[in-house]
Design a protein around this ligand. Structure first.
Ligand code: ASP
Length: 443
């Protein structure tokens, strides 16, 4: 019997949750962990890292070849500009809705207004944080607004190869968009040789991507189990109010706002869409990286949803780096939460500037784990948090960041897929979910 990929991934996640949490509970009592704990941890990490490396290995060639092929095809069409405008319009709208949901949740639940005992516990949970990591994040963020502008400078890289080596996807995307556009303007004879070359390269990368994706169930088990084995369950409890506020906001955005947009802007069935995107969302949850998930997002959107490669290869790489609804929502909640915790006055005007900065920084934030912490430092500096509270605040949030990062990354990926589907529909694409229509199931 052939089991569908998303079921295999679900089974692997269920196993990872049961084993990871069980081991965590069992060994948390022991001061010194038994040696089998470390062997098992390392074995899982070995498998997980191999899978993550393989995904990252194909991201750069996949982005370059997909964008060039996609734009070379549509660049010459008159509606190219319209497609770009629609894409950024959707990203803007869904981003604004996401931060609004975040702001409402944090103002209603007020997770930072806690009794002194819990506040003490929260502040002491900060000691569990890796000081070195905080130091380097603070250094990277130093300079507030200047740093924000630097993020946008990187969009136009001086050295393409350096950008690729450093994983600066925004620069590569910008170059590939221009390259594809000028391929589309070549005289026919030259255009044919260029498009044949890039399309065949793209086909090879896609086959390679499919091959890597077939290992997802093992890779995901290897990634998630060690996280759950080592996550600090007690700190999670202390930070419960904050974590729940973020999760509530993310669920509202993912299960209400985006489905409503799908239904009303694209006439798309949100349940089918969620089902079709399940493998990509589960991978985003496991890797906490929208960039590393991009190969799966592209596969799900084009093969399971049925959006054309033309639209998918234009919108998805852009979305993976620029459209981060979950991240923007998270950034807003964190800033207001910390203000509540430290008793810093946050007028609606300041909250509005937080919204603008959250939207801007979520464009520049890389699609990698914990990337938004640097953006949060930038925002805290810009709205005038005292220096000492910034260090402590980020330290507190970092303690529970991993689990929230996994969830917001899944929302980021879902947002990208909704944009691709709605824009595809607006470009006149016909039936989505061919498997549903043909066989009554999504395989
Ligand atoms: N991990 C997120 C992503 O890859 C970015 C972040 O919010 O830290 O989409």
């Amino acid at each position: 019997m052939k089991i569908a990929l998303h079921f295999k991934i679900l089974i692997s996640l269920a196993l990872a949750f049961s084993i990871g949490l069980f081991v965590n509970f069992e060994t948390s009592e022991l001061k010194q962990k038994p040696s089998w704990f470390f062997y098992f941890l390392e074995a899982c990490q070995f498998v997980g890292t191999l899978f993550l490396n393989a995904l990252k290995m194909v991201v750069i060639p996949l982005i370059i070849t997909s964008i060039i092929c996609g734009v070379a095809k549509i660049g010459a069409e008159s509606n190219f500009k319209k497609l770009g405008l629609k894409t950024f319009g959707f990203y803007g709208l869904s981003g604004i809705l996401a931060v609004t949901v975040g702001l409402l949740c944090v103002n209603i639940f007020e997770p930072g207004i806690v009794n002194p005992e819990i506040r003490e516990k929260m502040l002491s949970s900060y000691n569990a944080f890796d000081q070195e990591k905080l130091g380097s994040a603070m250094q990277r963020a130093d300079g507030g607004w200047a740093n924000l502008i630097e993020i946008f400078h990187r969009m136009v890289p001086t050295n393409l190869f350096k950008a690729a080596v450093e994983g600066q996807l925004l620069g590569l995307i910008f170059f590939s968009l221009l390259f594809g556009f000028f391929v589309s303007r070549l005289p026919d004879k030259l255009k044919i040789s260029q498009t044949t070359f890039w399309e065949s390269l793209n086909a090879v990368i896609l086959s390679l991507t499919n091959f890597i994706i077939s290992f997802a169930p093992y890779g995901i088990f290897g990634l998630v189990t060690p996280t759950l084995m080592t996550v600090g369950l007690d700190t999670l409890w202390v930070m419960g109010g904050f974590a729940l506020t973020v999760l509530t906001g993310l669920f509202i955005h993912c299960l209400i706002i985006l489905p409503v947009m799908l239904r009303f802007l694209g006439g798309i069935n949100p349940i089918y869409h969620l089902k079709a995107m399940a493998p990509a969302m589960l991978t985003a949850f496991s890797t906490a990286s929208s960039s590393a998930t991009l190969p799966l997002t592209m596969k799900c959107v084009t093969q399971r949803v049925g959006v054309s490669r033309k639209v998918g290869s234009f919108t998805l790489p852009l979305g993976a780096t620029m459209n981060m609804d979950g991240t923007a929502l998270f950034e807003c909640v964190v800033v207001v939460f910390l203000a509540q915790l430290f008793g810093i006055e946050m007028s609606w005007a300041i909250q509005f500037s937080v919204v603008v900065m959250a939207l801007l920084t979520s464009i520049g934030v890389a699609g990698i784990p914990s990337a938004s912490l640097v953006a949060i430092i930038v925002i805290l500096q810009a709205v005038g948090f005292p220096e000492e509270t910034i260090g402590i605040g980020v330290g507190i949030v970092y303690v529970v960041d991993r689990f929230l990062d996994m969830t917001r990354t899944a929302v980021n990926v879902f947002g990208d897929s909704c944009a691709a589907a709605v824009i595809g529909k607006s470009e006149g694409e016909k039936e989505y979910y061919p498997e549903v229509l043909d066989e009554g199931i999504i395989t």
